[in-house]
Design a binder for this molecule. Structure first.
Ligand SMILES: *[C@@H]1O[C@H](CO)[C@@H](O)[C@H](O)[C@H]1NC(C)=O
Length: 306
């Protein structure tokens, strides 16, 4: 650089300056816009995010995103992507989806944090809780027993946190075989045609299948926004979510989910207790793993959690 500068004539410097000015005009024709944070949803998780019969994308997740973004004064938008854009199971292991890693969007909405997912990604503070269950055919005709997993064929959904690594972590051991279904319909078929003994998933109710009473813990800290490790999203989302929660508006919205969006089954979204004094727990409570107690574990239909 020093060499070049020594040789530069004033005229050449002016030319360089002129070039910079032209470039400046070309590069900055309009004022810089604030970033729009794009949240991806699957669009098939009523009442959280789903495309109604009218074709409109809606649900409690979308309301939450809007509310928290408003609190944070951030520009946000939602998009719809297939599950595998966010999570996938490849050769029996969890891998992040291409959409999230390649930056097609900023966040995968309401995903469960798990040991294998945090190897690859990070999560915001939890927005609700989840659980893990085994589901069998009505009456459990194959006598599936979670304590005898070594002789059972398990199915879970693609990219699910309810996977073989979790059964090993929680002490149930390695199943005889593990199948990965693309969706809940395929998982049901595998149960119905007796290829699989049980579905391992976050769901607590099915109309036509039996969810066994055991509740297991495959998550680290419930359900949050799943983002890349270099994402700045949690920096503004976490404080804004806390503010929104403390205002009581989170619980108000939660109370209305059932009425507003309906549910596929009898479960509803219950904050821990609807009494006023649970609406303002200490901040530390919200942040700690105890926050899992904020809501009942009866969050239904949590296939989602994918
Ligand atoms: C069972 O259902 C699955 C999923 O539809 C299918 O791929 C498989 O071939 C079926 N197996 C039998 C034995 O019918």
């Amino acid at each position: 650089m020093a060499e070049v500068n020594r040789r530069s004539s004033p005229l050449r410097k002016m030319n360089v300056l002129g070039l910079l000015c032209v470039c400046g005009l070309v590069i900055l024709p309009t004022p810089v816009q604030a970033k729009t944070w794009v949240f991806a949803v699957g669009g098939n998780r009523r009442p959280w995010n789903f495309i109604g019969d009218d074709g409109v994308l809606k649900g409690a997740d979308l309301d939450l995103i809007q509310a928290v973004c408003d609190v944070a004064n951030q520009k946000c938008a939602t998009t719809v992507v297939p599950t595998e854009a966010c999570v996938q199971t490849v050769r029996g292991r969890f891998y992040p989806g291409e959409g999230l890693m390649a930056g097609w969007f900023d966040a995968c909405t309401s995903y469960v944090s798990s040991i294998d997912r945090v190897n690859a990604l990070q999560f915001t503070d939890p927005i609700r809780t989840t659980t893990s269950t085994f589901t069998v055919l009505q009456g459990n005709p194959k006598n599936f027993d979670p304590l005898n997993l070594q002789n059972a064929v398990i199915v879970h959904l693609n990219g699910a946190f309810t996977n073989e690594q979790c059964t090993i972590r929680i002490g149930l051991g390695r199943p005889k075989a593990v199948l990965v279904a693309a969706g809940i319909a395929e998982a049901k078929e595998l149960l119905l045609n007796r290829t699989a003994d049980a579905l391992f998933s976050p769901r607590t109710t099915f109309n036509d299948l039996e969810v066994l009473p055991g509740r297991y813990r495959c998550d680290v800290s419930g359900v949050g926004m799943m983002v890349k490790k270099d994402s700045e999203l949690p920096v503004w989302w976490n404080p804004a979510f806390q503010k929104y929660y403390m205002s009581g508006r989170y619980n108000d919205a939660c109370d209305q989910i059932n009425q507003k969006y309906g549910v596929d089954d009898g479960d509803t979204c219950h904050p821990i207790k609807s009494s006023a004094d649970t609406r303002s727990p200490p901040l530390s409570l919200l942040l700690s793993s105890a926050s899992l107690l904020l809501f009942s574990t009866q969050f239904y239909n949590w296939i989602s959690s994918t």
